[in-house]
Design a protein around this ligand. Structure first.
Ligand code: GLU
Length: 469
């Protein structure tokens, strides 16, 4: 059996967002699930719009998500010599011809066709045929090279997402495959790359469906059979306009899509992202939450969805929260320590237990770091919470608690006993004491169980904070 070889071939124009990187996830997963090879290819031939910064975000984003590639990155701009060699082969084999039609003539042709309600297409003026006399070659004009598309028959492929697609060759005109300066054009480079990189399965966005029949014809002209294609439906996103009206449109940076790496900075977990993106266009029964390992075990190209998926921020947060809860506390602590580092806080070996205690109420590592910060930096309760909970009436009980805490060994059972005794001594209920203590110690009245919170803090810090009324 041939080895599965897939690729991700992003154009580094603008910063890669979730909609784009999903086109990396599936070919990566398919390669991993089938013991294959995953290739990264950077399609940087649009010199004006491509940038190194965009390449960096692609590579950083893939690395963060664990979408490791086996070969590449290959840059198309570095392969120009290779394309020219293959182009020369194609010319030698008679699949290509020079076309001297000027822009003015092409525009006039298009206008005539539009006026006749025909689809604008190149009319084959310069296509050599037996017995046909070509127009005289204009002087001083460098021609483009056009590919002799077959004129009969259909191009068909069994798309793994869309099913059988058949395009009549009558619908395809002769594509320009080299510009007047000899540089090859997009569709040609893609085919040469897919052949050279021995790609067996092309998984990409369905904005390329229109290119596929043209690419297949070039494959065949080069004596190769095309790979299997899977064209993924677009990822949509909802936006709200100035009038407050909702619109659903293709995810793009123009409608607020964020660079992938921003999710890392906002505290999302790579496994949660993989889980969420996996479900955005693929399913395994009703399974919503799964690990990377389960995903790779289940993934194949047979259950890709046909309809456009819609990105849902709230759902992503929910998926992240599920993964965060399930994550090992020590592993989580490493990520939270990074977030704390950004606030200038150096954590210590309490952090895994702090994560364990607070993770249930957080949906990102940023939120978790927000809680953890209370253990390493000063807390400042809001005046409103202070006024509501730290009342004159409760001060004597806070004094008693502080005295008792000062005297005990610092463990959860002793702390719990001190709290209980204080409540009993003052004839009050648990929340009456717990709320003000939380406000003073954590800066907010809503926290997990008080004895567990206090235990993780250093005793002197607690005593200081209880005095700070
Ligand atoms: N460079 C193309 C893009 O970013 C992908 C081409 C392909 O996968 O064949 O849309």
């Amino acid at each position: 059996m041939t080895t599965v070889r897939t690729r991700f071939a992003p154009s580094p124009t603008g910063f890669i967002h979730l909609g784009n990187i999903r086109s990396a996830l599936y070919p990566w997963a398919f390669a991993r699930a089938s013991g294959g090879v995953f290739v990264l290819r950077i399609e940087d031939t649009d010199l004006e719009r491509s940038s190194q910064a965009a390449v960096d975000v692609i590579i950083e984003g893939m690395k963060w998500l664990g979408l490791d590639h086996d070969e590449g990155p290959f840059y198309q701009m570095q392969r120009m010599d290779r394309y020219k060699v293959v182009l020369a082969d194609l010319v030698a084999a008679g699949h290509v011809y020079p076309c001297y039609m000027s822009m003015v003539e092409l525009d006039a042709l298009r206008e005539r066709q539009m006026a006749n309600k025909e689809k604008p297409r190149y009319d084959g003026t310069w296509r050599p045929e037996a017995g046909k006399t070509l127009p005289p070659v204009p002087e001083g004009v460098k021609p483009v090279l056009r590919f002799k598309n077959p004129q009969e028959g259909v191009v068909a492929w069994d798309d793994k997402v869309k099913g059988l697609i058949e395009i009549s060759n009558h619908e395809l005109d002769d594509l320009v495959i080299a510009r007047p300066d000899g540089t090859p054009t997009y569709n040609f480079c893609v085919v040469v790359d897919d052949i050279d990189m021995a790609i067996t399965h092309v998984v990409r966005g369905d904005d390329h469906v229109n290119n596929t029949p043209r690419q297949i014809n070039i494959f065949r002209a080069l004596g190769q059979e095309p790979p299997v294609y899977a064209h993924l439906p677009t990822v949509m996103t909802e936006t709200v306009d100035e009038q407050g009206e909702k619109h659903v449109s293709k995810m793009s940076k123009r409608n607020g899509a964020k660079p992938v790496t921003q999710y890392r900075d906002e505290g999302y977990l790579p496994d949660a992202m993989v889980n969420y993106l996996a479900r955005l266009g693929w399913s395994h029964g009703d399974d919503e939450i799964f690990s990377r390992e389960q995903f790779l075990e289940w993934f194949n190209l047979d259950h890709l969805g046909r309809s456009a998926a819609q990105f849902d921020d709230a759902k992503l947060r929910w998926v992240n929260a599920q993964h965060l809860k399930a994550m090992d506390d020590s592993a989580l602590a490493l990520l939270v320590a990074e977030q704390l580092g950004k606030q200038g806080i150096t954590a210590d070996d309490r952090l895994p237990r702090i994560c364990g205690l607070f993770k249930d109420r957080c949906d990102t590592t940023v939120a978790l770091a927000g809680w953890a910060a209370a253990f390493y930096a000063d807390v400042v309760p809001t005046e409103a919470e202070r006024a509501q909970h730290v009342t004159e009436a409760i001060r004597p009980a806070l004094d008693t608690l502080a005295e008792k805490l000062a005297a005990i060994a610092w463990d959860k059972a002793s702390i719990a006993a001190a709290i209980k005794e204080t409540i009993a001594a003052h004839g009050i209920k648990m929340p009456q004491l717990a709320m003000p203590v939380r406000v003073l110690v954590m800066g907010t009245a809503q926290t997990p169980s008080l004895d567990a919170v206090l235990e993780l803090q250093n005793k002197q810090t607690i005593l200081d904070r209880l005095q700070n009324r």
